[in-house]
Ligand binder design. Sequence first.
Ligand code: ZN
Length: 249
Amino acid sequence: MNWGLKDLTSLELKSMENKELVLENYLNTEGPLNGYSHDDIGDDHLFTGVDTPLKPNAFELTDNKKKERIAHLFAQIMDVMGLDLKDDSLKGTPMRVAKMYIDEIYSGLNPKNKPKVALFDNKYHYNQMLVEKDISFYSNCEHHFVPIIGRAHVAYISSGKVIGLSKLNRIVQYFAKRPQVQERLTNQIALELQSVLETEDIAVIIDAKHLCVSSRGIKDDTSATVTSFYGGKFNTPEKIQELYNYINN
Ligand SMILES: [Zn+2]
């Protein structure tokens, strides 16, 4: 299949032009930027809220329709950059990217992919903190769409209920598989854990490298970003120290 520009009918081109016009208007709006430019927002990694900004109709299209649309549009990007989509090596790229976006690296946008969590009674009466450390994850920066690679440490103190350890891992992966900023990723994981574990007593620490900082922009290859959330009983200097002792052990 050839996803190049030549395949578009004039009607499709017209509708695309209209869409591009809408997008252009959107990009030109001032919006709640608090005096920051779009570039400032990207390069300083500012973000606007704890919820991933999604359109109300975000899941109207089926996954297959989304893949078709993305493949089509990604072919346009490649075409505009001057790449020859007839080349055997490039031909399949638009659809490969589309499948990867929907089925893998951005699958956490869709609530249907949220891990189902079963709660169990805390029969062992274990009442100290439980720390699951060094959960490795891959995410992508929502400002540049390049990888964020990191480790998450999550901890909770049982309110009488416990969950399977692998679920902590799955919840981290679910929220990582979205266009993200690290602060939001941290808070989304923490709020989800508070909700499923029915307790305020949750801590999340994320230590990550952003490829938009190392491979472009400021091009700093050694820095890493650390973010944290300390809820309920974790929000004391003693508990935070105890948590760091576990993590650094
Ligand atoms: Zn970025």
